[in-house]
Ligand binder design. Sequence first.
Ligand code: SAH
Ligand code: SF4
Ligand code: F3S
Length: 463
Amino acid sequence: MTKRLGRMQNNPLQLNNPDEVTVNDRTYNIVTFGCQMNVNESAWLERGLKRAGFTPAPEDSARVHILNTCSVRAKPVQKVMSLLGRIEKLTNADPDVLVAVGGCVAQQVGEQFFKRFPQVRLVFGPDGTANAPAALERLLAEPGLKLSLLDFSAEYVDKEPLLNGPAPTSAYVDIMQGCDNFCTYCIVPFTRGPKKSRPKQSVLAECRTLVEQGSREITLLGQNVNAYALDQPDWNISFAELLYEVAAIPGLLRLRFMTSHPKDIAPEVIDAFKDLPNLCPRLHLPLQSGSNRVLERMNRGYTVERYLEIVSALREARPELELSTDIIVGFPGETEADFEATMLAMQNARFIDSFSFCYSDRPGTKSERFLDKVSSSVALDRLARLQAWQTNQREAFLKSQVGKQTHMLVESPSKRNNGWQGRDPYGHIVNIVSEQALPGRLLPVTIIEAKKHSLIAKEALND
Ligand code: SAH
Ligand code: SF4
Ligand code: F3S
């Protein structure tokens, strides 16, 4: 028997014999906040849901709403709360609508969501993602039930394998979960638990499958990839060795990784930039502050001098390498002199891009208890100065590319001029009108124009 559920019906399932009931409106809408790890986990979740017969639907008609959340700063948490309020309003608080909150805010706030938003019947932390599709199925069948999946797992949990079919030109592959660095400002160790590396065989198998299914670029992902396998001394593998093995997969044109912690970057990883032609000449290396006093209070484990030494070694290994970074301004106790030290370090490192944020107090972190907080007006003023400098740098770099010959990895049709969109080796978006462009092709191009955030190219005459 197939039973069609109307969204406004109350408790429509006859559960006496659940085997007889097939729920037809298995529709879901998923909203993802936060970092690439969350984006990747949402992709896993979607694969699990699709395997269970769910189909995607727009926000105003989905039966199951999933919010994959981020709590790295206060702002993304507020966004989650307002989205939950909006769903409640949009669906007239319909009890048939099932809302699941996953990710880092779920890990932190947990079952309190049940009281605040009655439609929320599932909370799952990052380690609960693998079991979320099965939990959702159960919740659809048992309307009174609420479930939480908030335990940290001791080991890396492998999630939904890839679906058969074309893979994206540029793909992301998880190599570890969690972090135990406890930078004093950061909530991630509390929301994702200690680091758990993914077995090499499983990483390599996923990379090979992706390349067989059409991926040409892979980004290895983790909160601190340089610490890969440090939690598993018996595996006898380092991050650098993993890089060499992935880079050797036939057909893989480009390899990237993020995020790198400067304190854990090994000389072998720096050498990899010299040895591996398919390792892209772009590294995201969060500096956070250019003041040693602030770095120490952040518990970052390096000095600005050490950071700049790493930068020099990287540039020596790969002269065309370009760097980007993360900066926090207004960390407790940051003086104008500390901030100026940050600006100086940025000039010395010549970052072509940066993600910069005002410090935000996170519950339970060590720096939440630091008393010398910086006022938001001072922090915002510093942020504006830093970002103005960075905008000039980025635009100057993009302009410097005009006239140069490079390669773009074509990804998808572009919204501009019926052309194609792809990326240069630095990861900048490149748009082109070309007869030759096809997704997955590495196209020799000449840059002809720089926009604020992207480049325009034409086909190069010769490779
Ligand atoms: N694992 C990565 C970063 C994860 S969080 C690393 O170690 O670099 C991403 C960025 O958010 C951080 O690099 C930091 O710049 C910023 N961030 C983290 N906690 C923050 C806080 N409490 N306030 C403001 N920015 C923060
Ligand atoms: Fe947070 Fe530091 Fe871990 Fe990055 S390395 S996730 S900033 S604790
Ligand atoms: Fe946010 Fe969690 Fe990623 S706090 S940045 S979603 S690890």
